[in-house]
Design a protein around this ligand. Structure first.
Ligand code: ADP
Ligand code: MG
Length: 627
């Protein structure tokens, strides 16, 4: 359903689809139309012009009705095109899936055979096949299907090879499924979209190829005709009566063009990456559509966010991923940003440097200042010169940030050279020093390894080295240690902590781990459903949480030496950010909820010594009262 809607949203594909449906319907109802017999000759009215002597589209050199022949011919051409596409797709996909799944010798044998077929120019091959089988429509169909099999086989094999070693296939194998079942139920469903796309973009070609064979007299035999043979006959009187060639020529053009437009639309709609956004590539920086002028910062810091608002516009739905978020960090300071998965932490971080993919991302308001420079809506050149140089990111998944085909050293050197016009030798020295800084053993030899030769912890440290490459003022670390084991995590945290002290680095540290916040951060902010719900010093947040959400989150953390205690999970789920309730977004899961929580705007107001977005905060604890 969604796929149909997406295709319909693409105007060209829609036009192609409608035209194709018209042509197909016309071809289907041809036998019911009051047409002259397609093969009835009328020697008195040869080569009649359009509309002459009762021939709407004229007549050919034997006086046959072109309109009738055109519709009957279209039927044949469409049928042959579609049937050969289906045959080529089924045979090609079967070969491709078997070769890709089996691998090894089977793969080699099948693919070399396919390569041999591909070694011939394919029109030549089609001609050879028809020559061997003899002219005729059936043989033309076989020839066209055969020459297209390699195309499908190669495509599908490529996709299957990628799937055959995925974890879900291994899991199916471990579960004892037979090869046939794995192919049918695990591989095939993932390959079908590729088959459909390949088929929809090649049907047009196949119709053209069959028409080509018929044009040369090797396809449909007289008196029957398809569009190709009509064109072939018309060429004999091209000088004296060119109009005879117009209808079949135009019809071929219309069919092939509408199929190709529709095929492109299907391809775009079936690609899941294109599904979520509009059918276009993300832009270099996030789109900014302000409803109000940029607000003045209320706090000062090396990086100050004020009322940042970032949304995802998907069709008619608006996801308010980040809603009026204000944060700041001073040099040498570390701010922890805590929240459940999906609370908007990453989108907040990415909004700063315009890294949220657009479409569908849109920054609809707020300001982000690096020192005195406004980043939201800044031109791309400025963002680019600051990205990675003054404000650097460390992402969660180091394997996704490092290019698999380049040595880590070369990637580091590139990161240095992009922002500093220094020579390669010097950049290399600096890269080695950086690797030493992040405590990678044998930095001199490690610099020449590929990312896959390193352990997860080392890759993450390379990611950190890269972020440090240009001695930035601010590092935004998005769950950099979530994928690591505790010992490596501890090393990385102490590394960041040292850098903060020695270089005056400001850090925004995104995590859902309170232990990490306690260890590293001076201040912390808690996010829920796209908003900051509580902020204060680490001590205030951890020891005196006032927002029920923070308090409940804290209660989920086990503590060493605390003895036996029930760990209370928070019931329910966070609200969807495209359907946020009025009032407090946490109300439905809150144990202290009251009627006034469910209406109006609840401000982030002073509660005790820090700030929380709550009307009925948790009582302050004894420790704070004593302060
Ligand atoms: P986290 O706090 O775990 O880092 P994110 O910042 O990644 O969470 O996501 C915030 C919200 O934005 C989530 O509710 C997510 O569903 C939504 N979101 C992220 N990307 C998209 C997108 N392309 N389209 C729609 N919603 C999105
Ligand atoms: Mg995230």
């Amino acid at each position: 359903m969604k796929t149909l809607q997406l295709i319909a949203r693409n105007r060209l594909a829609l036009a192609g689809g409608i035209i194709l449906i018209l042509v197909v319907v016309l071809a289907l109802i041809t036998p019911l139309l009051p047409l002259k017999a397609p093969n009835a000759t009328d020697p008195a009215n040869k080569n009649a012009f359009f509309g002459e002597s009762g021939y709407l589209l004229g007549s050919d050199h034997l006086g046959r009705d072109i309109l009738s022949r055109l519709l009957w011919g279209t039927r044949v051409s469409l049928a042959i095109g579609f049937i050969s596409a289906v045959i080529a797709a089924v045979v090609g996909a079967a070969i491709g899936i078997i070769a890709g799944y089996a691998g090894g010798r089977t793969d080699n044998l099948l693919m070399r055979a396919i390569d041999m077929i591909m070694g011939f120019p394919y029109i030549l091959l089609a001609l050879a096949i028809v020559a061997a089988l003899g002219p005729g429509l059936m043989n033309a169909l076989i020839a066209v299907a055969a020459v297209n099999v390699p195309f499908f086989a190669r495509n599908i094999r490529g996709v299957t090879v990628g799937l055959a070693h995925k974890e879900f296939v291994d899991a199916a194998r471990l579960a004892g499924m037979s090869h046939a079942r794995i192919i049918l139920f695990e591989i095939l469903p993932n390959v079908v979209p590729v088959i459909v796309v390949a088929a929809s973009t090649t049907v047009g070609w196949m119709i053209l190829e069959t028409a080509g064979l018929s044009f040369l007299g090797l396809g449909s035999q007289p008196p029957d005709s398809d569009l190709g043979s009509m064109l072939g006959l018309a060429k004999d009187s091209l000088i004296s009566d060119p109009h005879v060639s117009y209808p079949p020529g135009l019809m071929i053009l219309i069919i092939v063009m509408s199929i190709n437009l529709l095929g492109d639309g299907i391809r775009d709609a079936l690609d899941p990456r294109l599904r979520s956004g509009a059918l276009s590539r993300p832009m270099a920086a996030t789109t900014v559509e302000r409803k109000a002028p940029a607000p003045e910062p209320r706090e000062s810091g090396v990086l100050t966010l004020t009322d940042i608002e970032t949304q995802f516009h998907v069709g008619k739905r608006v996801f308010k991923a980040v809603n009026e978020v204000s944060l700041h960090v001073a040099p040498g300071e570390c701010l922890g940003l805590i929240g459940e998965s999906g609370s908007g932490k990453s989108v907040t971080a990415l909004s700063v440097m315009g890294l949220v993919a657009s479409p569908p991302g849109v920054i609809t308001g707020g300001s982000a200042r690096y020192k005195d420079e406004e980043l939201i809506g800044a031109d791309y050149g400025k963002l680019r010169s600051l990205r990675g140089d003054r404000v650097a990111y460390i992402f969660q998944d180091p394997l996704a940030t490092l290019h698999p085909l380049y040595k880590v050293g070369d990637q580091l050197i590139e990161a240095i050279k992009v922002h500093h016009g220094i020579g390669r030798g010097e950049a290399r020295k600096r890269a080695i020093q950086l690797l030493k800084d992040v405590r990678i053993p044998n930095a001199e030899s490690r610099i020449d390894t590929y990312p896959h030769e390193m352990s997860g912890g080392m890759r993450q440290r390379v990611g950190i080295a890269m972020a440090l490459a240009n001695d930035p003022d601010v590092i935004i670390a998005d769950e950099p240690t979530t994928a690591l084991d505790v010992t490596v995590q501890a090393q990385i945290l102490s590394l960041l902590s040292d850098l903060r002290k020695s270089r005056g680095l400001a850090i925004i540290f995104i995590t859902h781990d309170f232990g990490v916040v306690a260890q590293l951060c001076d201040r912390a902010a808690v996010m829920y459903a796209g908003r900051i719900v509580e902020e204060g010093t680490t001590d205030q947040i951890l020891n005196n949480p006032r927002h029920p959400y923070t308090a409940r989150l804290m209660a989920c953390v086990p503590e060493l030496g605390e003895g036996k205690r029930r760990l209370e999970a928070i019931p329910g789920l966070p609200p969807a950010v495209d359907k946020l309730p009025e009032g407090c977004a946490f109300a439905d899961r809150c144990h202290k909820v009251q009627a006034d929580c469910r209406s109006g705007e609840i401000p982030l107001a002073k509660v005790g010594n820090h700030r929380a977005r709550c009307l009925h905060p948790v009582e302050r604890q004894a420790t704070e009262a004593a302060q």
